[in-house]
Design a binder for this molecule. Structure first.
Ligand SMILES: [Fe+2]
Length: 307
């Protein structure tokens, strides 16, 4: 059986962490009470701490600090708290998050930047969707974890080929495994019954132009595709070309001026730092946007002089 078949046979997919499964079951009931959700989440002290820190972070911008899951749920709503809890549980407690030799700090750094950037972009046009955007960003590359979990040796070969090639990661995955991490991630999140908007934006994050849904869903897909480019800017070595692309797509999709984009990226850097700390990722220095911008401008200047 090939990797693609393994993933598409849902009974072979990993189960969600036990608490995530309970949370999904509980929130499937329309009569669920805030106190029941809070009691479930509070059984996991590490999750409770992460959740409260994230709700009190600058990214969420609550006017009052929240000290309990009950209160956070009242302020943000059941859906946002559910999605946030699922995001943290899936990324840190699932059986996929424990492979030896996988670069989790880089993965979590990317996830943190993508989540914060997606949230900040969508807030400009559709604030109620910002919780979906954050979780979609957090889980955007969950397919990478799934592929390396299902086929560790084959996926190690994909990552090796990616280091020495100009090809995009998802193209190499399709070429070498027959499935890319967008499709793999979508299969998994649908199997775990996450909301369709989150599944769609994960499925389309490197190809938003192929999405065929309603305009509201398209906005989330576009924002998350741009958030992925922003994560490239913060996490990949090439800064100049990526900053140039980010400026163009932010202007095209969200009519942002260059100054607006630089302000947004500065906030993304500092807010993503707070989120990255929740994963114990020592990312403080490399998320300093001023340094990244200076490097990008040096690269663009050198490029202009040589062409
Ligand atoms: Fe991706």
């Amino acid at each position: 059986m090939d990797i693609c078949q393994k993933i598409q046979q849902v009974d072979r997919l990993p189960s969600p962490p036990a608490l995530a499964a309970e949370l999904l079951e509980l929130t499937a009931s329309p009569d669920v009470k805030i106190s029941q959700i809070a009691a479930l989440i509070e059984r996991d002290p590490a999750l409770t701490t992460k959740l409260l820190k994230q709700c009190n972070s600058a990214a969420y911008g609550l006017r009052q600090k929240v000290a309990s899951v009950d209160r956070a749920t009242v302020m943000l709503g059941i859906k946002q708290i559910k999605c946030l809890a699922l995001g943290f549980l899936i990324l840190t407690d699932s059986e996929m998050a424990k492979a030896e030799g996988f670069n989790y700090p880089l993965y979590w750094k990317r996830a943190s930047v993508t989540a914060v950037a997606g949230k900040k972009l969508i807030e400009r046009i559709d604030k109620p969707k910002s919780g979906d955007a954050f979780v979609s960003g957090l889980l955007q590359d969950i397919g990478v974890l799934l592929l390396q979990h299902v086929a560790p040796n084959e996926y190690a070969a994909v990552l090796k080929a990616h280091q020495s090639s100009q090809k995009r990661l998802h193209d190499l995955e399709t070429l070498m495994l027959g499935i890319d991490h967008m499709e793999a991630g979508k299969c998994l999140l649908e199997h775990w019954a996450l909301p369709p908007t989150i599944c769609d934006s994960v499925a389309m994050h490197h190809q938003p132009q192929r999405f065929e849904g309603d305009p509201e869903a398209q906005q989330l897909v576009n924002a998350l595709a741009i958030a992925s480019e922003i994560a490239n800017l913060f996490c990949d070595p090439d800064k100049g070309g990526t900053l140039d692309r980010v400026l163009r797509v932010c202007s095209g999709f969200f009519q942002l001026s260059d100054d607006d984009v630089h302000d947004l990226l500065e906030q993304v850097g500092s807010d993503a730092q707070e989120t990255a700390w929740l994963f114990d990722t020592p990312a403080a220095e490399s998320l300093d946007y001023e340094k990244i911008r200076a490097q990008a401008e040096r690269e663009l200047k050198t490029l202009a002089q040589t062409t």
